[in-house]
Design a protein around this ligand. Structure first.
Ligand SMILES: NC(=O)c1ccc[n+]([C@@H]2O[C@H](COP(=O)([O-])OP(=O)(O)OC[C@H]3O[C@@H](n4cnc5c(N)ncnc54)[C@H](OP(=O)(O)O)[C@@H]3O)[C@@H](O)[C@H]2O)c1
Length: 321
């Protein structure tokens, strides 16, 4: 077996992400290389940025290299080219959406080349009954991809995030454009939503050394907030008097399906809110434990994304302020 030997000699202040690797067969030394699938997505881009800032070498996988717009110095390959780059790879990030149809081939290739670690992103609800995982109705297969990684025989870590803060833009930015009132159900539903860069930084940590091996790590933000409190935070930060107006779940579900969301997905989401609204909210301290600093708050996230929230659109016949 071609055993890769790792030497985490510091070559920057982020020594845990960079270093050198020696092929025992050849006695050659080379820089650590991270293979990142899903590199053009929400978490993938944040992960690439984290690793690039640390000076790490990256091979990014995308189906569309020409439009990928990844940072200079990142090697970009298509999924078909994985086998040819794997000999240089130290650790692999398995993105569940990008790899769900090709995870076995990816892991087999990683196994042939004795990759040191495989880190998969899954989800905090990965052990729930499939009907309780709304994203499954949009095609995601977090449970299965995580299981494939955990059973592949290579050293592995699973990072299991709760809802990303970015979801709030998807949920409410349309209404923020139309006015100051958010009409939605389950205002008392609370969750400790996560800053996407915290997810990326934990994944980077898991890729870099053996300290998290064999763990399924639940990640949340630092504190639970109700939906109506999140809307208040958004309003306070973007300087608008946003107000929550509770409406029945059936009315909201109908509007969501009319906007093109799948009916099964919408129903699973509403069922989740109804099921969990009176439950205690799980808050994990894993981000702080792993990164050695507090998880970023929702207020931090909104402050960083002020420009992403739309201005109020002036409607015809409406006097402008
Ligand atoms: N949103 C949440 O709150 C949340 C919370 C926990 C877990 N999750 C899970 O996280 C995953 C989504 O992460 P994300 O937001 O980073 O995803 P994303 O932004 O959609 O990015 C995924 C990337 O994967 C590639 N991709 C997408 N669909 C693909 C397909 N069918 N085949 C091959 N490649 C594909 C695309 O890259 P190219 O087009 O460049 O190839 C895309 O940029 C899902 O599995 C979701 O269930 C989400």
């Amino acid at each position: 077996m071609n055993i890769k030997v790792f030497d985490m000699i510091s070559i920057s202040c982020n020594a845990w992400m960079v270093g050198r690797r020696r092929h025992a067969e050849h006695g050659e030394w080379s820089v650590l290389m991270y293979l990142i699938t899903g590199a053009t997505g929400l978490i993938g881009r944040a992960l690439v940025d984290t690793l690039v800032s640390a000076g790490a070498e990256i091979t990014a996988v995308t189906r569309h290299p020409d439009g990928a717009a990844l940072p200079p110095g990142v090697k970009v390959v298509m999924p078909e080219a994985l086998e040819s780059v794997m000999p240089e790879v130290t650790a692999v990030f398995v993105h569940p959406r990008a790899t769900k149809d090709g995870v076995d081939a990816l892991l087999a290739s990683a196994g042939r080349h004795d990759v040191a670690r495989v880190v998969v992103m899954s989800a905090i609800n990965a052990d729930d009954d499939p009907s309780w995982q709304p994203s499954r109705f949009n095609g995601d297969r977090n449970t299965e991809v995580e299981r494939a990684v955990a059973e592949c025989g290579l050293p592995w870590v699973s990072v299991r995030p709760c809802s990303f803060a970015m979801n709030t833009l998807t949920m409410w930015s349309g209404q923020v454009a139309r006015g100051d009132t958010i009409y939605a159900p389950f205002g008392a539903f609370a969750e400790a939503v996560l800053h996407e860069r915290d997810v990326a930084e934990v994944i980077a940590r898991a890729l870099a050394d053996d300290s998290l091996l064999g763990r399924r790590i639940p990640l949340t933000g630092p504190a639970a907030l109700r939906f109506d409190e999140m809307v208040q935070t958004i309003g306070d930060t973007i300087g608008r008097p946003l107000r929550w107006q509770e409406i029945p779940a059936e009315v909201a579900a109908k509007a969501m399906t009319q906007r093109g969301l799948g009916e099964q997905f919408v129903n699973a989401l509403m069922d989740r809110y109804a099921r969990e609204i009176d439950q205690p909210v799980f808050v994990s301290d894993e981000v702080a434990q792993i990164l050695g600093r507090p998880a970023r708050s929702f207020a931090d996230w909104v402050a960083e994304h002020v420009q992403a929230w739309p201005q109020r659109i002036a409607l015809a016949g409406t006097a402008s302020a």
